[in-house]
Ligand binder design. Sequence first.
Ligand code: UD1
Length: 369
Amino acid sequence: MLKVINVVGARPNFMKVAPIVEAMKRRATEFAPLIVHTGQHYDARMSDAFFLDLGLPEPDVYLGVGSGTHAQQTAGVMQGFEPVVFREKPDWVLVVGDVNSTLACALVCSKMGVRVAHVEAGLRSRDRTMPEEINRLLTDQLADLLLTPSTDADENLRAEGIPSSRIRFVGNVMIDSLFAQLERAANSKVREELGVSGTDYAVLTLHRPSNVDDPSAFGRIMDALEQLCKRLPVIFPAHPRTLARLAEFGFAQRVAHARGLRLIEPLGYLDFLRLYSGARLVLTDSGGIQEETTALGIPCLTLRENTERPVTLKHGTNTLVGTDVQRILRAAHAALDTPRINGPQTSTLPLWDGHTADRILDALIEEQG
Ligand code: UD1
């Protein structure tokens, strides 16, 4: 029986951990899972809503770290997590993704001699100004078992000198959640509530510091949106960081005056899935949404100059557009002028098949010997 601490911290972690914990509960003779929530995200709409939508059990431990500078947040998670590991003595600690909680918990374990498995290992944007890139590089150096979503990640890890014996290509666990929840999401009435049922519309998400903390980058994105929303409604569920910057930079007025641009509160997992799965176009700077749109065959414009998920570009659903107004608009109109092709893309994306969680569990068992 393996005792595993599963760490969640921020919004993009919940949909990765939910299928893993579900599989561990199903395989109860092999696994005893615990959930530790660091509290990096704490608002009901950024956290609680996801536990409910994804059927994640209540965390066994809540560290309540909250917001802060990178150093404060990372140190806060480390200080809170160390005594938990000391008390629980797990066989494995499983961390996912690239948020500050991921690195903080991996670092605690590596010093305590507790084995760490990193889910979504090996992704690289090669942009070290992104805090997530630092978290990815360091977590992968520390982890004992590197579980990759795509084969480009295996190549990245080997190029950094990580031995093949630590690397396992298991597929994309976020797609397990996507396929598991598609049917339930069909009951969401979010499209009707927003008045876009049966209409062509776009969905926008934006939260990267490089876009929203920089008034000129954010301003250029606003310029493009003001044009785009003349062609079709753009629904914009806004992250708390983004809302704060909108107010700070005086952009709230511009949003209010842009007819067709609808700023709304962050949505839960099922409502958001229902919303973007019916969209004609998605614009985002998120990592996960690039993958989710790819899995469903929805055109996605990524408001960044690079991506750690090149498989989405190769697949053809995702396009990097940066923050240049004309580049965004050209790509948006081109996507809207192309006939819709969406539908699940499982056959062309190796191991994005809804069964990654079980492969992760098998890898842990195999590693245990
Ligand atoms: C974090 C992750 C990022 C991930 C994103 C998803 C890191 C370095 N960044 O960025 O990789 O894509 O989550 O959402 O780990 N806030 C709230 N309520 C909350 C959480 C945050 O109001 O529940 C506000 C606070 O003002 C905070 C700001 O949002 O200062 C930013 O939150 P933070 O956790 O620092 O980073 P994110 O931008 O959310």
